[in-house]
Design a protein around this ligand. Structure first.
Ligand SMILES: [Zn+2]
Length: 577
């Protein structure tokens, strides 16, 4: 009797097992993996004209791999207005804009989470950073040194509302494809890789050692621990003349030494995780941060920028050659792009006569607050705006407006109406009132007067949310820029080449819908592509969609891009790959 029960149980287990085996997809049912590896190289803050400016000086198979052996699109523009790092990287991964992927800026005010601090696009207090060097452990983590004061939380793609190319590869292969992101910056490693990524690695800003978040893993993989222990960060610091620094991100991160440092980590990752060896398509996104860190300081026209580009050309030649010798370039598809462009330093553009000017937003805020206090709180000194403006967004303090009995629509309409005059009041040389009969004949000025700060347009959150936008190209750019994050705000766009800043030569920025902020390179390398220089207007959303189509997987969930068929070989030719 007992034997019969045991037998029945065993048969039952077998039946369940065979049923499960029948349901589990066999390798043949899942995606037939090709190529072995996709590598997307993102250069942080790399304007679309940089390749053309320097093309005569490129050597080897760095940028030339994309420009001479690949399909190079010279006219690639983001189709949205908030040209920042986090939304740009999210767009590269998802093939969608902010209205699809949910990332509006690098950080934003979220009244539902905090009135004290902005929320970063990837911070997530449910997770912790992993395997930090002892001196970098923050005050809120076990093992912190006694003097630690910084409070640092983990990170995840919690705000990313769309899937990426990597996510779709993982879904198509039932998890067999492996997907990774690498950058100096957390947001640039996490967002383009996606929700289902196996890992994203970025640096501890003090030491330069790579870390990750418990969202992905409890500890760094052995190869990453070995990389951190191998003295490579210290070598990069020496190359950057910053030996022994505890400000790796700022002092080493802004030099070419950090590009080769990141690419060496990418090589260690490909080796350590055996990418390209599992019979399905793996994906690696490498976002190279140094150009952005130095670019904000010195601008696109400095000698530093050119040195960075030519040095990166050599680093990419080295990386691409290594990739050829290990995985084999015939097995790899690659793409090159950037998360946004950049404006020239305002003072430099103004020298040429362009109406470029840096606008002191603290003074604009003071002017606005004085007027709002006059209207709503009898001249008190209440703050109606949340501090630290991050254009194009101006965040309102809904608590102060609510106390004054002003609702969101009225508050946003009022700030939008006040902004143009508040910005114009920063002009030290306002236009004189035109008189019908001038008392004296006006002579042409011997020297051009300084440019006047000017607001091109302002839209309120409510207008953006309800698509109350002009039926024009501008309206489309704005509609693509909206995501709901629980804050009251207005979106302000200054005239072209005008930006927030404390001096005409105090650095530069990217944040606007103007073409120089939206123009980035887009180039592909791999057997499916017809080499050539293409001048059709394209957008970074086309990258993920084109790769998804060629790989035969679903495009990412909110993707709006186009398959770039003009650069793809006829089916017969690509089938031979
Ligand atoms: Zn960036």
């Amino acid at each position: 009797m007992r034997i019969r029960v045991a037998l029945q149980r065993a048969l039952g287990v077998l039946a369940v097992l065979s049923c499960w085996l029948a349901l589990a997809p066999s390798p043949a049912q899942v995606f037939a993996g090709r190529p072995k590896l996709i590598v997307i190289v993102v250069i942080d803050q790399f304007r679309g004209d940089y390749l053309n400016r320097n093309r005569d000086q490129f050597k080897g198979r760095g940028f030339n791999l994309f420009m001479k052996e690949g399909a190079w699109f010279t006219d690639c523009y983001y189709d949205y207005a908030n040209t920042k790092t986090a939304p740009g990287h999210a767009t590269i991964g998802t093939g969608a804009y902010t209205d699809g992927h949910g990332i509006e800026s690098n950080e934003w005010w979220d009244a539902s989470r905090s009135y004290e601090l902005k929320v970063s696009s990837v911070e997530d207090e449910r997770y912790q950073l992993v395997d930090l060097p002892h001196d970098s452990i923050p005050a809120n983590m076990p093992g912190a040194p006694g003097w630690a004061t910084k409070w640092v939380v983990g990170a995840s793609p919690l705000n990313l509302r769309a899937t990426t190319l990597g996510d779709e590869l993982r879904l198509a292969t039932v998890g067999r494809s492996r997907v990774y992101g690498v950058s100096l910056k957390d947001r640039a490693a996490i967002l383009p890789a996606g929700q289902a990524a196996n890992g994203a690695f970025w640096i501890d800003t003090a030491s330069g050692h790579f870390t990750t978040s418990t969202y992905y893993m409890e500890h760094l993989p052995e190869w990453a621990t070995a990389f951190n222990a191998g003295g490579r960060a210290e070598q990069a610091a020496r190359e950057a003349n910053a030996e022994g620094t505890t400000q790796f991100y700022e002092l080493v991160g802004r030099t070419p030494a950090a590009n080769s440092y990141e690419l060496d980590f990418a090589k260690a990752l490909i080796n350590g995780e055996k990418l390209g060896q599992s019979g399905v398509t793996d994906l690696l996104v490498v976002s190279l941060s140094p150009n952005d860190i130095q670019g904000h300081q010195f601008g696109p026209d400095s000698d530093f920028e050119q040195q960075m580009i030519l040095s990166l050309d050599r680093d990419l030649d080295n990386f691409n050659t290594w990739l050829d010798q290990t995985v084999g370039l015939q097995n790899v598809w690659m793409a090159l792009t950037a998360d946004h462009g950049i404006a020239p330093i305002a003072g430099e553009a103004a020298k040429l006569g362009v109406h470029a000017v840096a606008v002191d937003m603290d003074k604009v805020y003071d002017t606005l607050n004085v007027e709002l206090n006059k209207r709503h709180s009898h001249g008190a000194k209440l703050g109606y705006l949340l501090p630290d403006p991050d254009l194009p967004y101006i965040a309102l303090d809904s608590r102060t407006f609510k106390k004054a009995g002003v609702d969101e629509k009225s508050a946003e309409d009022e700030v939008a109406a006040l902004l143009p005059a508040a910005v114009a009041s920063q002009n030290p040389n306002p236009l004189p009132v035109l008189k019908l009969l001038p008392p004296t004949v006006v002579q042409p000025s011997q020297q051009r007067l300084p440019p006047a700060p000017h607001v091109q347009y302002v839209y309120t959150r409510i207008q953006l949310a309800n698509n109350q936008l002009p039926p024009s190209e501008w309206g489309r750019l704005l509609a693509h820029s909206y995501a709901e994050h629980g804050n009251w705000f207005v979106m302000m766009v200054l005239d072209a080449y005008q930006m927030a800043g404390t001096g005409q030569f105090a650095g530069t920025n990217h944040f606007s819908p103007w073409d120089y902020d939206r123009h980035v390179p887009l180039a592909f390398y791999g057997t499916p592509f017809v080499p050539g220089e293409y001048h059709e207007p394209v957008a970074p959303v086309d990258l993920a969609v084109t790769f998804a189509s060629l790989a035969g997987v679903n495009r990412p969930s909110a993707a709006v891009g186009r398959v770039l068929t003009e650069a793809i070989k006829p089916a017969g030719a690509s089938a031979q790959r």
